[in-house]
Design a protein around this ligand. Structure first.
Ligand code: COA
Length: 249
């Protein structure tokens, strides 16, 4: 495939600090803003089981999100699995629709995927250290729906920031979705169990939060001009994000 037609991507290797130990995770963002064709990309990257699933997708929007997410995932797994052939790694679905990595005999890696409009994000991680990601477009039209799902404390955080309330509300929502993916429960559970107990701005467009019911996790959220991106992770893990991360979103 003509490389100029491939989705634009941003890749970053993260060193996850756990005490003295550094675990490596791979973050890939894929942007569908070029001239590429979906059919060409599918033929080039999907393995046989992914192709069978892709052929059942009817909506063009879903085809695009599936493909962009799988593209990001294969790039994220290429180095960790030492698998240069994208068809040699398949990301299939578990019983809760969570992504499961299949790559011959190579085990030990997981992925978490999110997509929104023309952006897909995948974080590939060592299976013993779970992560969940979510990306949300900042959209005034969704504000009321998001607020209707937040707790009184969370609404108070939104209202205490009148100039940035829309981004704070979207960041809180993205925090819950990211946690729901770590737990593999998704949003098929009462949403209040994902309520946050604390949510602090640590820099412009960056927040860190903790959960009322899941004290072993925390969430870090970045907001740019168009999107909010969240990563839920074990509470004691620390990593250095890419410089100017918010500018990508
Ligand atoms: C997980 C969920 C919150 C995702 O939110 P969303 O706004 O629809 O979409 P996002 O783009 O952020 O994320 C979608 C990705 O999340 C991942 N995902 C889906 N279900 C997941 C789960 N239970 N746990 C972890 N990750 C999951 C998938 O990789 C999916 O992308 P893909 O279908 O292209 O592989 C939502 O789909 C949900 O609540 N799912 C529940 C599914 C479930 O419980 N199904 C049981 C059978 S009915």
């Amino acid at each position: 495939m003509d490389p100029s037609k491939l989705p634009r991507t941003f890749s970053h290797s993260l060193c996850i600090q756990r005490g003295e130990t550094c675990l490596t995770a791979m973050l890939v963002m894929a942007f569908e803003d070029g001239p590429g064709s979906l059919t060409e990309l599918a033929a080039e990257f999907l393995g046989p089981l992914e192709t069978a699933y892709f052929s059942t997708l009817r909506s063009e929007r879903r085809q695009k999100s599936y493909l962009l997410g799988r593209y990001a995932a294969k790039l994220a797994l290429r180095e960790p699995l030492s698998e240069p052939n994208p068809k040699g790694v398949e990301i299939l679905k578990g019983v809760f629709e969570q992504p499961i990595v299949h790559s011959g005999g190579k085990a030990g890696w997981g992925v978490t995927i999110s997509h929104s409009d023309s952006l897909a994000v995948c974080l590939a991680f060592p299976a013993g250290h779970p992560f969940g990601v979510d990306v949300e477009r900042i959209d005034q039209a969704r504000q009321e729906t998001i607020l209707s799902q937040l707790s009184p404390q969370e609404i108070a955080w939104v209202e205490s920031d009148p100039t940035d309330g829309q981004r704070v509300a979207t960041a809180l929502w993205a925090s819950k979705e990211a946690l729901s993916k770590v737990l593999t429960t998704g949003l098929m559970t009462p949403l209040h169990i994902y309520n946050l107990s604390d949510f602090s701005r640590i820099d412009s467009g960056i927040w860190e939060g903790w959960f009322q019911n899941f004290g072993q996790y925390k969430v870090r959220v970045w907001a740019g001009a168009s999107y909010v991106f969240s990563i839920a992770m074990p509470k004691r893990s620390v990593f250095e994000p890419p410089a100017n991360f918010c500018a990508l979103l």
